[in-house]
Ligand binder design. Structure first.
Ligand code: FMN
Length: 212
C-alpha cells in the first residue's frame, strides 16, 4: 500500500471556543470518558516524550492511571531510560491519539515523582503478576535473552512466597503537571479545530485557537 493513497476526511465532530469547558482537565475528562465509551483499545495509552541531557528526544507509550487538577499520572521503573531522562530534564510531553474519534490531546508539562504513599496504593491494587513483574524487570537494560527474565521471575516468586509483594523502592509514579493542553478535533478539508489552553502566571488558563 502506498501511504500517499491513504486519505480520509474527518467529519465526526467539532470543537469550538464556546463549547469547550473553561477548565482543560474537565474537557479532558469529557473526551476521555467518550474515548472509553467508544471502546477504543487502551484509551488510557499515551505517548510520553522526554529529552536526554543533550536535548535528543525519546518517546514511548505509557498508561495513564490517574488524573485531576494536579496532573496526569503514570507508573514506571525509576531506573529506566525515561526516569534517567526525567531526572536530567523534567520537561515532558504526552499525546493521546484517539484516532477513531478523529481526536488527539497534547499535554506539555513537568514530571515529578508522586508520593510513596500514592505509588504504594496503586501498586497494591495491581494484579499479582504485575507486582511480580515490577520486581523482575531491570527496565531499559540490555539482557542476554528472555531466559534471564524467566529465571528472575522464579527467584522473585520464591523470595515472596510467604507474603505480600512489597512496593519496590525503584518503582513508582510520575505526575505530569501541565502547563499547556491542546485539544485537536479533525475537520473537513484539513481545517481542523485546535483549542489550546496555556497556564498563565496567576495559575489561570488562557484559551486560544490555533490554525490547523
Ligand atoms: C500499550 C502500552 C502500554 C505501556 N505502558 C507502560 C507503562 O504504563 N509504564 C511503563 O513503564 N512502560 C509501559 N510500556 C512500555 C514502554 O512503552 C517502554 O517500552 C518502557 O517503559 C521502557 O521505556 P524506557 O526505556 O524509555 O524507559 C507500555 C507499552 C505499551 C505498548
Amino acid at each position: 500500500m502506498n501511504p500517499s493513497d491513504l486519505r480520509r476526511e474527518y467529519k465526526a465532530a467539532a470543537l469550538d471556543e464556546d463549547s469547550v469547558d473553561a477548565n482543560p482537565v474537565a474537557q479532558f475528562r469529557l473526551w476521555f470518558e467518550q474515548a472509553c465509551s467508544a471502546d477504543l483499545v487502551e484509551p488510557n495509552a499515551m505517548s510520553l516524550s522526554t529529552v536526554d541531557s543533550e536535548g535528543r528526544p525519546n518517546i514511548r507509550t505509557v498508561l495513564l492511571k490517574a488524573y485531576d487538577d494536579r496532573g496526569f499520572v503514570f507508573y514506571t521503573n525509576y531506573t529506566g531510560n525515561k526516569a534517567e531522562e526525567i531526572s536530567q530534564n523534567t520537561n515532558v510531553a504526552l499525546l493521546f491519539p484517539w484516532l477513531p474519534l478523529e481526536r488527539q490531546v497534547k499535554i506539555l508539562g513537568r514530571a515529578e515523582k508522586v508520593s510513596t504513599a500514592e505509588s504504594m496504593k496503586y501498586f497494591l491494587s495491581r494484579p499479582h503478576g504485575s507486582r511480580l513483574g515490577a520486581w523482575v524487570s531491570n527496565q531499559s537494560k540490555v539482557i542476554s535473552g528472555r531466559k534471564v527474565l524467566e529465571m528472575k521471575l522464579e527467584e522473585i516468586k520464591r523470595k515472596f512466597a510467604d507474603g505480600e509483594i512489597p512496593l519496590p523502592d525503584f518503582w513508582g509514579g510520575y505526575r505530569v503537571v501541565p502547563r499547556l493542553i491542546e485539544f485537536w478535533q479533525g475537520r473537513e478539508s484539513r481545517l481542523h479545530d485546535r483549542i489550546q489552553f496555556e497556564q498563565t502566571n496567576d495559575d489561570q488558563w488562557s484559551v486560544s485557537r490555533l490554525a490547523p
